[in-house]
Design a protein around this ligand. Structure first.
Ligand code: NAD
Length: 484
């Protein structure tokens, strides 16, 4: 930040049926800057009447949008993408103010958000069906792909741009309308994205944005017969709860839930270079990333060198307000994460772990927690089986391939997994053996607009990104026609 200008935060409002509004019963909550604990603004909550208006609007929007050709839809969506790119600096500032990540990371996120939405706009043109040869003459059998209907999406606070972007892009690219309930803790970026669509001329009702008490909003929207599909990103317990609500109405659901990604470092790599890649990934967004590398299994032959460089990397990070240019790690996004980190560190210590870096809260203003490294961690310590979602890294040694695969696959998570090796044989074997929706070998770049993003086991089902991400908003209709 160049210090000469006061950062401006987004105006907080909801968007229903093409109009910006406050809640009809006047309820609201404060949005807090996690670096300063200052109130950024008052966020309106939707009343039941507001949610019902959003539902009616989503039905009306769907009736318009599904009849709009993919080519025309793409023009409007791309116009919104242009506006997001033009406004990127302001949106990134809002992101850092409400979520905490360094401004550079926030700018990257806004750029990726625009790329994701743009990709879906284009992919909507390729929602191909197919022609199936018939068993009898004079019959044409086709499968057509149609948008599933009005959708509801619920997004969390750690990626306030990318996660709403995936859901808005997927739904609108496929021809669906959407009611988005973005995180109440980081609402400004979703508002800014919605503003771009409104300004681009999206027809009223196609995209609606609401806020409120999460469970009240999701229960009301999912129970409505208007909603035909839901998409959720967040924790496993909430995902299971929403999946049950969706099942009541036999509705399609995409569930992007938590992870606890193993990183397996074999003895044939450069341990110093690998530690730098691993630590950079671990402390991105202060570790509040569902695909964050979180369980570091390092072959005993390269363990010491890896741990030494990882620890020095953590100690070299500069904790601070993300708007300051020198900051390399921001605060945690909310005070719950500080408590969670303290619990995980204390538990690991009780089980014999050694704190090599950090290990405690920093300062007395803002939700700062030091970049932390633990060694000598027992597999029984909570940090080895509970998703940390914060800047605490356990590093443990292993001896053999089978042993480490057993430990890596031993949890109910299956979102992301990583391995580092120079051997093509080991690379193929480890990619085959890891039970995970996504596997990165020798790098951590597993999330791209055009590649499928999603987990297995309790990490969820369905995908966002890639052709799978568009597919999630489409249904297949079989049409057979006999010539008469
Ligand atoms: P939480 O489980 O209460 O909430 C997680 C998210 O779900 C929040 O955004 C919240 O607003 C939303 N939510 C909660 N109840 C809901 C409901 N009934 N209907 C709709 N949305 C609902 O916990 P939290 O303290 O916000 O986060 C803690 C844990 O959640 C983290 O440790 C992490 O495991 C997980 N999480 C995962 C992701 C992800 O990207 N997969 C993102 C954020 C949080």
């Amino acid at each position: 930040m160049d210090g000469s200008r006061t950062p401006v935060y987004e105006k907080l409002e909801m968007y229903i049926d093409g109009k910006w509004c406050q809640g009809s019963d006047g309820k609201s909550e404060d949005v807090i800057n996690p670096a300063t604990e200052q109130v950024l603004g008052k966020l309106p909550h939707a009343s039941k009447a507001d949610l019902d208006r959003a539902l009616q609007a989503a039905q009306k929007g769907f009736d318009i949008w599904r009849k709009t050709t993919a080519y025309e839809r793409a023009k409007v969506i791309r116009k919104a993408v242009d506006l997001i790119r033009q406004r990127a600096d302001a949106i990134a500032t809002t992101l850092t103010m409400e979520e905490g990540k360094p401004l550079g990371e926030a700018k990257l996120e806004v750029g990726v958000t625009a790329d994701i939405i743009e990709w879906y706009a284009e992919e909507g043109k390729r929602a191909y069906g197919r022609v199936i040869p018939a068993r009898i003459p004079n019959v044409r059998q086709t499968v057509v792909r149609e948008p599933v209907g009005p959708c509801a999406a619920f997004t969390p606070w750690n990626f306030p741009g990318v996660t709403p972007g995936r859901k808005i892009g997927g739904a609108l690219g496929a021809g669906c309308s959407l009611i988005l309930k973005a995180s109440e803790e980081t609402p400004g970026v979703a508002i800014a994205l919605t503003r771009a669509f409104a300004d681009a001329g999206l027809p009223p009702g196609v995209l609606n944005l609401v806020f409120g008490v999460p469970n009240d909003v999701s229960t009301h929207l999912i129970a409505s017969p208007i909603i035909k599909k839901i998409s959720f990103t967040g924790s496993i317990p909430v995902g299971k709860h929403l999946a049950k609500l969706a099942a009541e109405g036999m509705k399609k659901a995409t569930m992007e839930l938590g992870g606890h990604s193993p990183v397996i470092v074999f003895d044939d790599v450069d341990p110093v270079k690998t530690a730098e890649i691993a630590a950079a990934g671990k402390y991105r967004n202060a570790g509040q990333v569902c695909i964050s590398p979180t369980r570091f299994f390092v072959h005993e032959k390269v363990y010491d060198k890896f741990a030494e460089r990882f620890i020095s990397y953590a100690k070299g990070l500069k904790l601070g307000n993300g708007l300051e240019a020198s900051t390399t790690m921001g605060p945690l996004a909310n005070v719950r994460r500080v408590g969670a980190m303290e619990t995980l560190v204390a538990d690991a210590q009780q089980q014999g772990a050694k704190i090599e870096a950090g290990g405690k809260r920093s300062g007395n203003q803002g939700y700062f927690f030091e970049p932390s490294v633990l060694t000598g961690v027992s597999d029984k310590a909570k940090i080895m089986y509970q998703e940390p979602f914060g800047p605490v890294a356990p590093i443990v040694p292993f001896k053999s391939f089978d042993e480490v695969i057993g430990r890596a696959n031993g949890l109910e998570f299956g979102l992301a997994a990583y391995a580092f090796t120079r051997s093509t044989g080991t690379a193929a074997a480890v990619a085959d053996a890891l039970q995970s929706g996504m596997v990165g070998v020798n790098h951590l770049g597993i999330s791209m607009p055009e590649t499928p993003f999603g987990g297995i086991k309790e990490s969820g089902y369905g995908h966002e990104g890639g052709i799978e991400g568009l597919d999630a908003y489409l249904i297949s209709k079989f049409v057979t026609t006999m010539g008469v």
